[in-house]
Design a protein around this ligand. Structure first.
Ligand SMILES: [Zn+2]
Length: 247
């Protein structure tokens, strides 16, 4: 293939822009904030699940407590009624009196048992509510950190995108001025050679594969016409001859 030496030199500019675009895309994909945000979001979602479980535990205990309180009220009012009957002297038969007194005693005992149970539930609830507050605090804190991380990530995305857009525009301008066949060859080699399609020959070394060319290859390059598009014998990339090629 033939191409004007100036167009061959322009391939190096094109390559520099393409490499810059590749680096920008790589940086965008591998920003540490992306992984950090994912990890935070996963932890927050896990916390949300834990919070629901502990909330359920708390409301179950709350229901149990209300039921106990209702039972205690019932026992207390029954006891009060019995006591009033006793105080009013309405009960005359000794047997009935004895029954009433023993009922009052057993109601007192029942009330005290129920109150002990309630106390136990209140203690459990306190532990559960402390845990719930801890989980909510942690979630709140992580949501703040996530928002900051996403903000940083998006700000960097915006910077990278602006830089990419500018570079892509320069690249398009440069490419539009290049001969189509040279451009097509460059694209083909670039796709097959990890993003580097054209490399300078610098002091006898291919800047694409970083190998020193042997004397025979260098002699062939010396003899090749200026407008001949030459390739590296090692990596098959387009080799661009410059003033620093050492030929
Ligand atoms: Zn090479």
């Amino acid at each position: 293939m033939k191409a004007a030496p100036d167009d061959q030199l322009r391939l190096l500019d094109l390559q520099a822009l393409d490499s810059a675009l590749d680096r920008l895309a790589h940086r965008r994909r591998t920003l540490p904030e992306i992984e950090a945000a994912d990890t935070l979001a996963a932890r927050i979602s896990q916390l949300a699940g834990d919070i629901v479980l502990v909330e359920t535990e708390d409301s179950d205990l709350g229901r149990e407590q209300s039921k106990l309180e209702a039972d205690i009220d019932l026992v207390r009012s029954r006891q009060l009624k019995d006591q009033q009957r006793l105080d009013a002297g309405q009960v005359s038969s000794p047997r009935e009196l004895e029954n009433l007194q023993s009922e009052i005693e057993s109601l007192k005992k029942r009330q005290s048992d129920l109150e002990d149970e309630e106390l136990e539930i209140m203690e459990k609830r306190e532990v559960v509510q402390t845990r719930l507050q801890e989980l909510r605090d942690e979630r709140e804190q992580l949501l703040g950190t996530l928002a900051e991380t996403e903000q940083r990530r998006d700000a960097t995305f915006a910077e990278i995108d602006a830089e990419s857009e500018k570079t892509a525009q320069q690249r398009a301008e440069l490419a539009s001025a290049m001969p189509a066949d040279l451009l097509a060859l460059y694209e083909k080699v670039r796709a097959a050679s990890s993003g580097v399609g054209a490399a300078a020959l610098h002091r006898g070394r291919c800047e694409g594969c970083h190998l020193q060319l042997n004397t025979t290859d260098l002699n062939n390059l010396r003899e090749a016409p200026e407008d001949e598009v030459v390739r590296c014998e090692e990596c098959r990339r387009i080799l661009v001859r410059t003033a620093e090629s050492g030929l």
